[in-house]
Structures are given as C-alpha cells and as structure tokens.
Design a protein around this ligand. Structure first.
Ligand SMILES: *[C@@H]1O[C@H](CO)[C@@H](O)[C@H](O)[C@H]1NC(C)=O
Ligand SMILES: *[C@@H]1O[C@H](CO)[C@@H](O)[C@H](O)[C@H]1NC(C)=O
Ligand SMILES: *[C@@H]1O[C@H](CO)[C@@H](O)[C@H](O)[C@H]1NC(C)=O
Ligand SMILES: *[C@@H]1O[C@H](CO)[C@@H](O)[C@H](O)[C@H]1NC(C)=O
Ligand SMILES: *[C@@H]1O[C@H](CO)[C@@H](O)[C@H](O)[C@H]1NC(C)=O
Ligand SMILES: *[C@@H]1O[C@H](CO)[C@@H](O)[C@H](O)[C@H]1NC(C)=O
Ligand SMILES: *[C@@H]1O[C@H](CO)[C@@H](O)[C@H](O)[C@H]1NC(C)=O
Ligand SMILES: *[C@@H]1O[C@H](CO)[C@@H](O)[C@H](O)[C@H]1NC(C)=O
Ligand SMILES: *[C@@H]1O[C@H](CO)[C@@H](O)[C@H](O)[C@H]1NC(C)=O
Length: 728
C-alpha cells in the first residue's frame, strides 16, 4: 500500500490510488469562469502518509507522524552527506563555522591603542547630550577607524557595546555579533561605507538603527534621475518602438493555455518539533526549546516540555506562528498536479525564500545548501516535466538577507559566491538549466536570462540589492545600481526588444506596496525601467517575500496619473507556502496564453491551518481548497466603468482579454467605488485566515488602494502607513 501510494504520488495520481478524492466546488467562485479556462479541480485531499520514496533514506522513521521526517541528503557536488545535526530537532545546530567570517582588508598599519581610543570616543559620544541621530553618525565615523585599522576587533567591540547598553541579553549579544555570524560583515560595512560630508551612507544606516519617528534621522530624498541620467541608462534608446508584435510564441499542441505554477516562500523548517510550543515567547516557535513564559519557566530538557505547560501544541502539519514542516511541503507539492486537473504543470516559478527564518547564529552555509538541495530534489520529483525557475530570496543565503556587490573592494565581492555557485550547479543538475545558463547564474548573483519557450524570456535578478535589510546596500547608497543587477536587466530587455521577445521578470523582494521593504533609489530606477519596456516587452513581473497575496501597478510617467489607461505593468506577489505568520499556506496555478505569454487567469488554492490539529485522527492529510479565480473575483467593473479612462463594454472584462495592468488598474478604480472589494482582497491576502484584521474603514481602504498603485518605495511611502500587512 505504501509503495503504491508513493509511486502514485510521483505521477500525481494520489487521488486515484487512495480512497475517495474530494471534488467539490468551494469558495466564492462561479463554475462557469473556471470551465472557460479548461479543466480545474476544486479541491484535493492529501494522503496522511509521507511520500517516503522521494528520498533514499532517512535519519529517523518518517512513517510515525509523531515527528517530522529527516531525509538523508547528499550535496550536489557529491562530496558529502549533510549531517543530521542540521535537522535533528533536539540538538542545537552548530551554526556557521569560524572560517565563514569575512573581514575587510585593513587599510594600513593600526595605531597600537586604536581600540582604547575608539572605546573612549564612543563612550563620550553616547553620553553626550546630542540628538540620537547625531550620536549615531558620530559613532559611525569613530567605529570606522577601528574597522579600517583593526577590523578583527569589531565583533568584540559590538558585543561589548551590546552588553554595556543592554541592547540584548549577554548571551544573545555574543551569539549575534560573533565574527562568523554578523560581526565580520558589520566590520566590512563600517570599513567600506563612506561617512564623509556629502555622502548619504551614514544617514541610511542611522535611519535604520535609530528610526525616523523619534528623531530627525530621516532618509535623504531619493536621488533625482534626470533626463541625462535616463538617456545614458537606456543607452540613448529611451523611446520604445511604435509597433511591437506581442504574438511571439506558438500555440500548444491542443491549443490550450499554458499552466504555470507560482509558489513562493516555502521556508521549510527541518528542525520543526512536533508536540512542542507553537505560541512561544522565546526564539523560534515549534522548536524543541520553545516555550511560552506565561506557562513555563523555560527550564526543561529540549523536547520534554510537559503538555500542561504548553499554550498551543505544534502539530505534525504545521502551525500559524511557525515555518513549514516537511509534511506540509510534501502535501502541497502532491496537490499541484491533481489540482491542475491531473496534468503536470508546464512550468513553475518559485519566487524565493526556501530557508527557514532562524536566529542568525543558526543559519550556516550548510543549512542553506541542505535546504536548497532537498527542496529542489523534491520539487523536481513531485512536479515532473516542467522546468522550475527560481528567484533567490533574502533567506536563501548565510547570513540571511545579505548579498555582496561585484564592485566591493579587496575581492570581497566573492564572499557569497559559494551560494550562487551551489544554486547554479543545482539548477543544472535538476535539468532546468544548461551549462551556459548556469554560468550566467554564477555571474549575476543567481540572476539569469533564459528562453524556455519560443519568444518567452525569463529574467531573474537578485532583489537583495534593493532589500532594506541587506547591510551591503548601506555602501554607496546614492548609486541606484551598485551591484550592476539593474544594468544586466536593462541590457537583457534592450536585447529582448530587438529580438521581439516577451519578458517575465522574476524576483523575490517586491519593489513597492507600502515601501517598508525595499530601498528608494534602486526601486525608483526599476520603476523607470518598467515604464520604458512595458507593456510591449515586459509581459509580467513576479515577486514574493511578504507572504501575502498582493499586486503592484506601474503607471506611465512615474504615476503622475493613476487613471487606468496609464497603467503599463503589474507585479504579482504570490502568497506563501509557509503559514508564518498567521496566514494559510497557498499555491497558485496561472493560465497563460501560449503566444502572448500574458496571464489569462489564475486560480488560488490554499489549506486551512486551523484544521490541522484534527487531521491525525482522520485518515487523510491537509485538504487543499479553491479560494478564488482572479477574473471571477475581480473582473466586474460595473461601478466605475462609466468614469474610467479605459471603459469596457458592459463593465465586465472581456473573456478573451488578458489580466494585464489595465485589468488591475481598473480594479483599483472599482475599489474606490466599491470599498467592500478591498475587504474581499484582504481576506485573500491572508487566504481566509481567521487572524487577519478587517479592512473596512475608509482610512484602511484608501491606504490599501494606494499601496496597490505604488510600484516603487518612494511612491509607497507617500501612502498612509500602517495597513500593509495582515500578519501578526
Ligand atoms: C565619499 O563621498 C564624498 C561625497 O560624495 C566624495 O566626495 C568622496 O570622494 C567619497 N569618498 C570615496 C572614498 O569614495
Ligand atoms: C534617544 O534614544 C534613547 C534610547 O533609545 C531614547 O530613550 C531617547 O528618548 C532618545 N532621545 C531622543 C531625543 O530621541
Ligand atoms: C502565551 O500563552 C498565553 C496563554 O495561553 C497566550 O494567551 C499568549 O498568547 C501566548 N503568547 C504568545 C506570544 O503566543
Ligand atoms: C509547568 O507548570 C507548572 C505549574 O505552573 C510549574 O510548576 C512548572 O515549573 C512548569 N514546568 C516547566 C518546565 O515550565
Ligand atoms: C472619476 O475618475 C477620476 C480619475 O480617473 C477620479 O478622480 C474621480 O473621483 C472619479 N469620479 C467618480 C464619480 O468616480
Ligand atoms: C490590456 O488588454 C486590453 C484588452 O486587450 C487592452 O485594451 C489594453 O491596452 C491592455 N493593456 C496593457 C497595459 O497592455
Ligand atoms: C492567445 O492570444 C492570441 C492573441 O490574442 C489569440 O489569437 C489566441 O486565440 C489566444 N490563445 C488562446 C488559446 O486563447
Ligand atoms: C456585474 O456587477 C453588476 C452590479 O453588481 C451585476 O448587475 C452584474 O450582473 C455583474 N455581471 C456579471 C457578469 O457578473
Ligand atoms: C517618482 O516619484 C517619487 C515619489 O514622488 C520620487 O521620489 C521620484 O524621484 C520620482 N522618480 C522620477 C524618476 O521622477
């Protein structure tokens, strides 16, 4: 039975092999629209058994359901087997090894007592009566002396200051600022950033460290991108061609739409502990050492917390405050083919973040490699024929969030090349890339430009270079493209335009919304790039990162008008696989026209975390249900149509028209006229999560529409803040 079931999983036929498939329509959709776009199954019940055949062997017994399986995984270079300590829930992982520390190169001989001098100066600075922001900029200049002369003393100094000013507990200070954790990277930023008059690096750092609410630590205005800059940027080709053929692909054999899976933010937690505290007050929840301080002293042997001291028990299938257990990842992957009507999807886009959210001291290069290897292997085996295109996410590196630019001095650009190299090797070995494409990924920080089908080009970039938490971005803050990623993207778009291709841009961190995640300068430039190449070349943009179902519009002329006829592109942020924090796990199947590469509709599926505690007493695993079709849920513009700059006959979006930027821009117009739609959107944001706040008052409604219309950070920051997320 088990063998039959796991073989069946491989062929996506679980629903035939196991008892009775659930095939019933749920959610708000009407059947008609789904039928119009081909066969689509409404629900799928995953089997309770783990598909053990996916991995050759395990460190534990994966059948038990009392603990998460711990697969034995060999690295892609076939040089080693990842040790069980990366996944064993009751043993703390060793974290990064001291050899992973990377310091800046000292700029010259060190003054003998430089550390004492710097310590004294810092003490004076911090005890002065100056404004916090001034203290911060002064301290950076002082610390730079130490970072440039004796960089290996920076981690120790950070630990000392952290303890002295009670920033964190002594143990946490030591763990966080250890050289191989954050200490040596901070030394690089302190050494390589420019803190002199006229540079904005210090202002950026202090805005993040001190915050702008309590002081004058505001960000400088985004750098102006004037005509001259933009003319140069587009290599003298600022005017797009007047004619452009968008029918560049070839119809499929049976003239069906292409089926493209969009998944994001899997965040598998290999150390997920079943039967622990899922509503914890320390570290990470659903771990063997997690506890809730209202019910427990925290004094217990890992994995031995009595049930009476647990607020919410972590379950085999997952919990709202935790990342994804292996069992849930596999159930979701098993669901894809059945939900696609029994046929494998043609292609998959995964918009990044496979690695668990964890404390910095536990995120090692080995953990990142182990996670990527085991997940890519599983995805290939479960999804079958279609290639998988991945974006690197901020959690797909060690330390998390960091990516180093090619222009860093002293050969420091290479410190994360182990990661890009490993991803390139993996994508080639899984059969998704040829060697030349893999070489590209090595060169472009895991970014690439490939053509999986005639006329379609997928350009992926490493979006850590506009992520606020990548500290390397605090170096050369006035340069909107210090990494060269946007140069690469733009040149690929220029070439695609000449070749008459359509492009999908794939990344992880979004560029806009409320502006709380990305940086101003790079996303302001990205917005101008999109304006230049959309809608003719750029057909779609795919991101993830927020864990929430969102979209962003890009309008002509930097959004000086947000009338529907000015919309040029839309980016889709796919909802996450991980239930953290307080969202239901999701997967999205898009229907794409095979000649234009435009999305005709997408179907959003999800599974309800609140049902998980009851599953062990049933004979099955999670049920994946239908949530909504974008066209069905949003395609009726009756209330706003008459006043729209892009009216549609009868107010309903024509069945043969794609869900392009105009569609989504009209939706924002309709939302102004019908605020209930914003609440509907909010329900989808968290996928029916009972924990999501409502968005019904006018302030929230207006703010959320504003986020949707803001494709860059400077635009998003102009919206009323505080309504961006449904997580808590
Ligand atoms: C630091 O920034 C200032 C002001 O922009 C500039 O004049 C100077 O050349 C920069 N220094 C370095 C080393 O780049
Ligand atoms: C400066 O920071 C300290 C510590 O965070 C805070 O207590 C104080 O209110 C701040 N002072 C000003 C003027 O913002
Ligand atoms: C800790 O447990 C208490 C009591 O069960 C609960 O009210 C609280 O929400 C829990 N804390 C967290 C952070 O989940
Ligand atoms: C569990 O709760 C009991 C009752 O409050 C308390 O005495 C005991 O110390 C707790 N045990 C742990 C391990 O927190
Ligand atoms: C009509 O549309 C314009 C912008 O497109 C908007 O400013 C105005 O409020 C709309 N009027 C109504 C009645 O919806
Ligand atoms: C979207 O599609 C509609 C219908 O085909 C078309 O009128 C509109 O110009 C398109 N919008 C964009 C931005 O391509
Ligand atoms: C795809 O789009 C083209 C151009 O709009 C259209 O002619 C064709 O019928 C569409 N294909 C399908 C399968 O709908
Ligand atoms: C669109 O909405 C209007 C107003 O709510 C309604 O009368 C009409 O039936 C809807 N059309 C479709 C095709 O759902
Ligand atoms: C676009 O608008 C934002 C917000 O007003 C502004 O900061 C930015 O400089 C503008 N970009 C360009 C290229 O004009």
């Amino acid at each position: 039975m088990k063998v039959a079931a796991s073989l069946a999983v491989l062929f996506g036929l679980v629903q035939l092999a196991t008892s009775s498939p659930a095939r019933y329509p749920v959610g708000p959709r009407k059947n008609a629209a789904v039928e119009g776009y081909g066969q689509q199954t409404s629900a799928y019940t995953a089997p309770s058994a783990f598909p053990t055949s996916i991995f050759a062997s395990y460190y534990n017994a994966p059948e038990s359901m009392t603990a998460e399986p711990r697969p034995v995984v060999t690295d892609v270079a076939r040089t080693s087997v990842f040790p069980d300590i990366l996944a064993n829930p009751t043993v703390l992982p060793p974290g990064p090894s001291p050899s992973e520390a990377v310091y800046p190169v000292p700029t010259g001989a060190a003054t003998p007592d430089v550390a004492d001098q710097v310590r004294a100066e810092l003490t004076n600075t911090f005890s002065s009566s100056a404004a916090n922001c001034t203290k911060c900029t002064d301290a950076l200049k002082t610390a730079q002396k130490l970072a440039q002369q004796a960089p290996e003393q920076i981690p120790g100094m950070l630990v000392e200051l952290c303890k002295k000013y009670n920033y964190k507990s002594a143990a946490t200070c030591e763990a966080t600022y250890a050289p191989q954790v954050l200490g040596s990277v901070y030394a690089q930023v302190l050494s390589y950033a420019n803190f002199s008059e006229g540079s904005t690096d210090a202002q950026y750092i202090c805005n993040i460290v001190v915050g702008s609410s309590t002081s004058s630590c505001t960000l400088p205005a985004p750098r102006e991108l004037d005509e001259g800059f933009l003319d140069d940027w587009f290599r003298g080709q600022r005017i797009p061609p007047t004619e452009y053929n968008r029918n560049v692909g070839e119809p499929t054999k049976n003239n069906n739409d292409l089926r493209v899976l969009h998944m994001s933010d899997i965040h598998v937690d290999p150390r997920f502990f079943v039967g622990g505290e899922a509503a914890c007050t320390n570290g990470r929840c659903c771990r063997a050492d997690a506890y809730n301080s209202t019910l427990s002293s925290g004094k217990f042997t890992q994995g031995m917390l009595p049930k009476a001291n647990i607020s919410e028990v972590s379950t085999y299938w997952g919990n709202f405050k935790c990342d994804t257990p292996w069992s849930l990842v596999m159930a979701l992957l098993e669901a894809v083919t059945p939900l696609n009507g029994g046929e494998e999807v043609d292609m998959t886009i995964h918009t990044g973040d496979m690695v668990v959210h964890d404390l910095a001291q536990y995120v090692s290069q080995d953990l990142v490699k182990y996670t990527h290897q085991s997940l890519y292997d599983s995805i290939r085996k479960m999804l079958g024929k279609g290639p998988v295109f991945n974006a690197i996410g901020n959690h797909d590196s060690a330390p998390s969030d960091f990516a180093s630019q090619g222009a860093l001095p002293d050969g420091r650009s290479d410190q994360l090349s182990w990661d890009w190299d490993n991803l390139a090797r993996l994508w080639e070995s899984e059969g998704w890339f040829n060697h030349k494409e893999a070489e590209q990924a090595r060169k472009h920080y895991a970014g690439y430009s490939v053509t999986p089908r005639k006329g379609l080009r997928i350009v992926a970039i490493n979006t850590d270079f506009w992520y606020k938490n990548n500290v390397f971005n605090m170096i050369h803050t006035q340069n909107p493209d210090y990494s060269g990623s946007l140069r690469f993207l733009t040149d690929e778009l220029l070439r695609a335009e000449k070749r008459n291709e359509r492009v999908w841009i794939v990344g992880h961190v979004l560029t806009g919304w409320d502006g709380s995640n990305p940086l101003d300068n790079p996303t302001n430039l990205f917005y101008q790039i999109v304006d230049r190449f959309a809608p003719h070349v750029i057909a779609h943009i795919f991101f993830g990162h927020t864990h929430e179902d969102q979209f962003n519009l890009f309008y002509a002329n930097n959004a000086t008008s947000v009338a529907a006829d000015k919309a040029k592109a839309v980016s889709f942020m796919a909802p996450s696989v991980t239930p953290g924090n307080n969202v239901n796990p999701a997967l999205r199947i898009m229907h794409v026209n095979a000649t234009t590469y435009e999305v005709m509709d997408y179907h959003q599926f999800y599974t309800q975390v609140p049902t998980f505690p009851q599953l062990p007493s049933s004979q099955h695993g999670p049920v994946f249900e239908y949530l909504y079709s974008a066209r069905d849920a949003y395609g009726n513009f009756t209330a706003s149509n008459a006043n729209s700059s892009h009216p549609t006959p009868g107010g309903v979006w024509p069945a043969n028209a794609p869900l392009n930027a105009t569609f989504w821009a009209k939706l924002t117009e309709e939302m102004h006229a019908t605020p209930e739609l914003v609440q509907q959107f909010t329900v989808f944001q968290g996928r029916n999560s009972p924990k999501s706040p409502k968005c019904t008052d006018d302030k929230c409604v207006q703010a959320k529409i504003c986020y949707m219309q803001s494709g860059s950070a400077p635009l998003g920051k102009k919206c009323t803040q505080g309504y961006g997320s449904v997580q808590s």
